[in-house]
Design a protein around this ligand. Structure first.
Ligand SMILES: Nc1nc2c(c(=O)[nH]1)N[C@H]1C(S)=C(S)[C@@H](COP(=O)(O)OP(=O)(O)OC[C@H]3O[C@@H](n4cnc5c(=O)[nH]c(N)nc54)[C@H](O)[C@@H]3O)O[C@H]1N2
Ligand SMILES: Nc1nc2c(c(=O)[nH]1)N[C@H]1C(S)=C(S)[C@@H](COP(=O)(O)OP(=O)(O)OC[C@H]3O[C@@H](n4cnc5c(=O)[nH]c(N)nc54)[C@H](O)[C@@H]3O)O[C@H]1N2
Ligand code: SF4
Ligand SMILES: [Mo]
Length: 901
């Protein structure tokens, strides 16, 4: 085992420290870093499975370029970089700098982000640099700037442990920020109260003391109502409001217009008045309150207003800047914050300076000594792709994001790329729905190979350090950008030898003419973002950098909480209340599209699955795209649980498996964001999402699209397992996901194959010389089963049935672990059910130890277990990352409810 390197998890914004290394057999081994303050040794299941995602299968290892024949061919770095540089140069010369654009990602490192932003804004002279953070955090950014004068997250994770009340708004923390959630759960065990505000009853809501299943999009009424309630009940820090804020009266007037009466608010939000008042009273009664919010707030056409409505409630009560208090925007991506710090958004400059402020522009341009500086905001993500479609942007460089999957109205985004003159993609994976449209593909270093820094939700800068060699010809994102900058004639601004050189330049800019307290008093622009103490880091000190929260003091120590001094970044140092007029989502449901589609995440996948899709452990929890519906809506739509359905909006459609049990309100539906053309026939939810935007932030309304659900009639359903990838088959429905020793396919088709046997043999490759083929066909009963063996070992199997009932997949998966199948197994396979003694463990609940739902139910029943921790003691389930503890709790509760009746 090589020495383990301390690095940071590349997934969510919690920013957990990871110790990673390579063992003697070459396998990557990861563990939580007990010294890292964000996680103290814990990892969620995604972090724990990182070692299963670093292999080179599917990696982009060499530059590739589209040739005259339309195909992609391997190219040298020189040729690829020249093509990018000459393409950008030509477009700028002919059409001006705003005809080129960069679309980047909160998964880039701060150093990568910094050089892209510098190249675009300081050298090419365009602010057309936007990022997937537009889809993620931009409403929170805008709300922070309106309230505090700068994009500042006031608190830290410790506040969650010190709070008496934690309110989670539009945040499925249990699944999306699991390690932070573990800290919240611990606080709750210590007596803190937990309220979840989410139209769905998620694993997060199930762990809460109170769940408010509000009507989608109505948060602004709820928090305007809370503001009025606090004011009416005298829950106000008068001294603070008078001395340190502005705008309360206007905010009260706006809130009072339609949220002055809790009964009316309860009606609008669709919640019980008693529950609403219970929440308001909890908030009023507890001094130490943290309100955590994420995409249920941000991804809305009133996202910025919703966030400000939340912040208003903290301002009136003076609850921020002190331990256990504050509004807390949880960031999604590992470096959403770092990107914001370097100004990687089309409407910002760098180091928290504003594009539209001439003083700020002069400061940045002076520091860079750059030939120019963009003077007007660039295009925000959705508008950027519109401009590509309209031919206004002619060269686009996409880095570390997969917009053909993740943008709203994603089919339109795809059309935009199809018609674009020059599409450059830097990625780690060769085949994605986006790279399919590239003219130049540039291989980037991935996690474990790349080197730099990221900033977590609590403003904590941590190092990502390499522990794997650079594969193939892959290069760091920052160095690719610098190479292109040099070829564009900008060598002077991009002479960086390594990420440390970039980091110190960035840190220097944060301090440059920054009149923060303790500054040098020169005429300047005051920003709280201050990393001056890191601006002279030596290479060795950069390598050894310990996690630290900005702003940094001169001695290099960090700051856990902002605003302890009650001083804000607005002129005059006052925070601002924002007058919020609540409004409904951009598109209302209507007769033709009667359901509001909500989209979001599942526990064990990350975004478009290019990495988590490789991990067998992460595949078991949710292995197929689905649409969660209320049973009444399913009945009305003519679809049934377990069958397939088409979900259709005015923008597009997808096909997914119907599910119940997602804790969903009647009139709404939920679909995960993860599946795409690489993993399923037709399950890219972005294709249906309405391109409605928040007018302030430009963030899309991903959580509310009017849709209808239609039956997707098929003649047969099937599943197949195979050790080797099976060739693409012309099926009406397929999904593919990787297991431990196999690929698993779920399939369905409108017609029975004319000759099932011939079809199955061809698909599973049964013509192979040593193939040993077993089959059972009963056309009248509508079943067909076949197994391919080699030397007694199962190689592949397929099951077709007129009904969606097929053999338990965990049983089939287990057979692939054996070297030989017994006679009983063969017979069972042909019978389509496990041999008598085998109990179906059920769908996997604990992915770390592979424990199934049936196994857990049985253990609860047999052992009369009462708590999740007893289940853990009995079965280990829940004992590692803890991601499944909410589900264990539900199984215990269910079992007890069942035994009472
Ligand atoms: N497992 C996993 N974890 C992740 C990610 C991942 O892909 N997978 N991605 C990371 C990223 S980039 C992000 S941004 C975060 C996102 O983290 P979250 O924001 O927690 O995740 P989402 O599932 O997008 O949505 C959160 C919740 O908002 C609710 N919601 C929908 N509409 C409304 C509404 O009108 N009001 C309220 N109050 N709630 C509403 C949804 O029902 C959903 O449960 O997760 C990060 N962590
Ligand atoms: N309907 C709907 N859509 C959504 C959302 C939603 O809730 N609903 N959420 C939105 C949010 S919050 C987000 S953050 C986005 C996420 O959406 P995306 O950013 O599109 O999703 P990812 O799969 O994370 O894409 C990252 C890409 O970068 C590649 N990559 C990984 N590491 C590196 C690297 O080091 N360098 C480079 N160059 N490439 C790398 C990966 O292979 C992958 O192709 O989706 C948004 N879209
Ligand atoms: S909570 Fe999980 S995904 Fe997020 S940083 Fe920690 S280990 Fe990674
Ligand atoms: Mo995100």
């Amino acid at each position: 085992m090589s020495a383990r390197v301390a690095t940071t998890c590349p997934y969510c914004g919690v920013g957990c420290g990871v110790l990673a290394g390579v063992d003697a057999a070459g396998a990557v081994d990861v563990a939580g870093d007990p010294r890292h303050p964000s996680n103290r040794g814990r990892l969620c299941v995604k972090g724990a499975a990182l070692g299963e995602t670093t292999d080179l299968r599917g990696r982009l290892l060499h530059p590739r370029m589209r040739g005259a024949d339309g195909g992609m061919h391997q190219a040298s770095w020189d040729a690829a970089l020249d093509r990018v540089a000459s393409g950008f140069r030509r477009v700028v010369d002919e059409h001006g700098p705003d005809a080129v654009a960069f679309y980047v990602s909160g998964q880039l490192l701060t150093e990568d982000y910094y050089v892209v932003n510098k190249l675009a804004k300081g050298y090419l002279g365009t602010a057309n640099v936007d990022t997937n953070s537009r889809l993620c955090m931009s409403s929170a950014v805008a709300a922070h700037r309106r309230a505090f004068g700068e994009d500042l997250v006031p608190g830290c994770y410790e506040d969650l442990e010190q709070a008496e009340l934690v309110v989670l708004v539009g945040s499925n923390t249990a699944w999306c920020h699991p390690v932070v959630f573990q800290r919240i759960v611990k606080a709750r065990e210590g007596g803190a109260k937990l309220v979840a505000i989410d139209p769905r009853l998620t694993a997060t809501g199930e762990s809460a003391d109170l769940h408010l299943p509000l009507r989608p999009g109505t948060d602004a009424w709820l928090f305007n109502g809370l503001l009025m309630f606090l004011f009416q009940h005298g829950v106000m820090d008068v001294g603070f409001v008078d001395a340190h804020t502005r705008g309360l009266n206007a905010a009260l007037a706006a809130a009072g217009a339609d949220a002055g009466d809790p009964a009316q608010v309860a009606r609008i939000c669709g919640v019980q008045l008693a529950d609403l008042l219970a929440f308001y009273r909890l908030f009023a009664r507890h001094e130490r309150v943290v309100t955590v919010f994420s995409q249920g707030v941000n991804q809305s056409s009133s996202g910025t207003d919703k966030a400000n409505a939340i912040i208003n409630c903290h301002l009136i009560a003076g609850r921020l800047g002190r331990p256990g208090t504050g509004p807390f925007s949880l960031t999604g991506q590992p470096n959403a914050m770092g990107g914001r710090e370097v100004g990687g958004l089309a409407n910002m400059l760098a180091a928290h300076m504003e594009l539209d402020d001439p003083v700020h522009r002069a400061i940045v341009q002076g520091y860079w000594s750059s030939p120019r500086i963009a003077a007007k905001p660039g295009l925000k993500a959705v508008a950027l792709f519109d401009a590509v479609l309209e031919g206004k942007v002619r060269a686009l460089w996409i880095m570390g994001t997969n917009p053909v999957v993740s943008l709203p109205d994603a089919d339109r985004a795809r059309r935009a790329l199809e018609g674009c003159e020059l599409v450059v993609c830097s990625d780690i994976v060769e085949r994605t729905d986006t790279t399919a449209h590239a003219h130049v593909l540039l291989p980037a270093l991935g996690w474990g190979e790349k080197d730099g820094t990221v900033t977590s939700s609590e403003r904590r800068i941590s190092r990502q350090r390499p522990f794997l060699p650079a594969p193939g010809e892959a290069r760091a994102d920052w160095s690719i950008v610098c190479e292109v900058a040099r070829r564009l004639g900008f060598a002077d601004g991009f002479r960086f030898e390594g990420p440390r050189d970039i980091f110190v330049e960035h840190a220097g800019l944060t301090a440059w003419r920054n009149q923060a307290p303790g500054g040098d008093g020169m005429p300047a622009a005051r920003r709280l973002l201050h990393l001056g103490a890191l601006a002279s880091l030596t290479p060795a000190a950069y390598d050894a950098l310990e996690p630290v929260q900005w702003p940094l003091r001169a001695d290099g120590t960090g700051t856990a909480r902002l605003f302890a001094d009650r001083s804000f970044a607005h002129a005059a140092g006052r925070a601002r209340f924002v007058a919020v007029s609540a409004r409904a989502p951009g598109n209302a449901v209507e007769r033709e599209y009667p359901l509001a589609l909500n989209t979001g995440r599942v526990r064990d996948q990350w975004h478009t699955m290019t990495r988590t899709g490789k991990s067998p452990r992460l595949a078991v929890y949710a292995s197929e795209p689905f649409v969660d519906m209320h049973p009444h809506d399913a009945l009305r739509s003519g679809v049934r649980e377990g069958e397939l359905a088409r979900v259709r909006s005015r923008w597009g459609s997808m096909v997914a498996r119907v599910r119940h049990g997602g804790g969903i309100l009647a009139g709404t539906a939920f679909a995960p964001i993860h599946w795409n053309g690489q993993f399923a026939s037709d399950a890219r939810v972005g294709g249906l999402v309405n391109p409605v935007l928040d007018p302030v932030s430009g963030q899309p309304e991903f959580k509310h699209t009017p849709v209808r659900v239609e039956p997707f009639p098929v003649r047969w359903y099937g599943c197949a397992f195979s050790r080797d990838d099976l060739p693409a088959a012309p099926l009406d429905y397929w999904t593919a996901i990787r297991g431990e020793r196999f690929l698993r396919y779920e399939i369905a088709h409108r017609e029975w194959p004319r000759d099932c046997g011939a079809w199955a043999r061809a698909w599973l490759g049964a013509h192979a010389a040593d193939a040993d083929w077993l089959e059972h066909a009963d056309r009248d009963a509508g079943v067909y089963r076949a197994v391919r063996l080699a030397q007694g070992r199962i190689e592949a199997c397929v099951f077709l049935s007129a009904r969606p009932a097929l053999p338990p997949r965990p049983w089939l998966a287990g057979l692939f672990a054996r070297d030989r199948l017994e006679e009983a197994d063969r017979a069972a396979l042909l019978a389509g059910e496990p041999p008598g003694g085998d109990v179906d463990p059920g769908p996997v609940v604990c992915a770390c130890f592979g424990v199934g739902r049936n196994t857990i139910r049985e253990a609860i029943r047999a052992g009369t277990l009462d708590t999740p921790s007893q289940v853990t003691a009995a079965l280990r389930a829940g004992g590692n990352c803890g991601s499944c503890i909410p589900e264990l709790r539900r199984l215990v509760t269910e079992a007890h409810a069942g035994s009472d009746t």
